[in-house]
Design a protein around this ligand. Structure first.
Ligand SMILES: Cc1ncc(C[n+]2csc(CCOP(=O)(O)OP(=O)(O)O)c2C)c(N)n1
Ligand code: SF4
Length: 289
């Protein structure tokens, strides 16, 4: 299949030039490549989104799924996976969505290690609601929500995920589509909870991040992804601030397999057998015709 076949006819309402377009392209390329290699069946991919600019990806990807609510991508994705472990589950969230209202779900999903992928479009602001600060916004940020300048330091979601037990932790840059596509491919293939924090500079409400990233992003090399201590050290190289020019590594920081959540709950197996039913689609669609 071609990447374009994963598109839809919906009118795209992202701002022209928004890096979300690049994330959409990277997802299409990663999934179509995996399908062409026989490594996944597109029919068995389920996407789940939150609410925000990022979440509109639901309308632009020709996949089955669930358009969730703000902050709740992960509990829904986790439920989908437990309901049918045969599905390839991919969650999309914003930084506001995942690290503010959804923070408890994020930490516990890192711990649980169900076999699903979480892609966070991190633009360091709540964009859909016009640019308020989020937990990854840099100290000093000024807008209507912090007119005197934000007093708190941002959290580092990579450090948090590694510490909380995620078995695959990466950072991508939206505008490097081939590299991001490769990260997404590896995340989807990884058996366990895979998390990618994607730098997605909002060109309306966080304008200066794009030139900063273009100047400072570099690819992680000479790094042992199974080394927990080294993963934390590399993840701490950039603290999501803009005070001085600091190099920003992108790539896989940590990757180590451990038993997935589903495998440790044998009592769920009986429940799974009940969903192996043959659906009569003609009956289901009759009432909508
Ligand atoms: C439960 C709930 N809380 C808050 C909101 C309001 N809300 C909708 S979108 C949004 C901001 C989204 O920001 P983010 O998740 O960072 O995504 P972005 O728009 O930046 O892609 C907020 C706060 C909501 N719709 N539902
Ligand atoms: S407001 Fe920002 S994140 Fe939202 S579509 Fe526009 S550029 Fe993209």
């Amino acid at each position: 299949m071609k990447p374009e076949e994963l598109g839809t006819k919906e009118i795209n309402t992202w701002c022209p030039g928004c890096p979300n377009f690049s994330i959409l392209q990277a997802v299409k390329e990663a999934l179509s490549n995996l399908a062409n290699q026989g490594k996944l069946n597109i029919e068995n991919v389920a996407m789940v989104t939150g609410i925000g600019c990022h979440a509109k990806i639901y309308d632009y990807l020709n996949l089955k799924g669930f358009y969730g609510i703000h902050g709740r991508t992960l509990p829904i994705a986790f439920g989908v996976k437990l309901g049918n472990p045969g599905l390839t589950v991919i969650g999309f969230g914003g930084d506001g969505d995942t690290y503010a209202e959804g923070m408890e779900h994020f930490i516990h999903n890192c711990r649980y290690n169900a076999d699903l992928t979480m892609l966070v479009h991190n633009n360091q602001v709540f964009s859909l609601t016009t640019g308020q600060f989020t937990p990854t916004t840099e100290k000093g940020f000024k807008d209507g929500s912090s007119p005197l300048g934000l007093a708190e330091k941002p959290i580092n979601p990579l450090v948090l995920a590694i510490e909380a037990g995620a078995s695959f932790v990466a950072r991508g840059f939206a505008l490097d589509v081939p590299h991001l596509g490769e990260l997404i491919t590896q995340a989807v293939m990884h058996k366990g909870f895979s998390f990618i924090d994607i730098l997605q500079p909002c060109i309306v409400y966080h304008k200066y991040s794009l030139p900063y990233f273009n100047k400072n992003v570099y690819k992680l090399e000479n790094h042992d992804v199974t080394d927990f201590a080294s993963a934390l050290t590399r993840a701490r190289e950039w603290d999501y601030s803009y005070e001085k020019d600091v190099k920003i590594p992108v790539g896989i920081f940590y990757k180590k397999e451990r038993p997935v959540f589903e495998s440790q709950w044998p009592q769920l197996k009986g429940a799974w057998s009940t969903i192996q039913r043959k659906i009569n689609w003609q009956n289901v669609t009759k009432e909508f015709k």
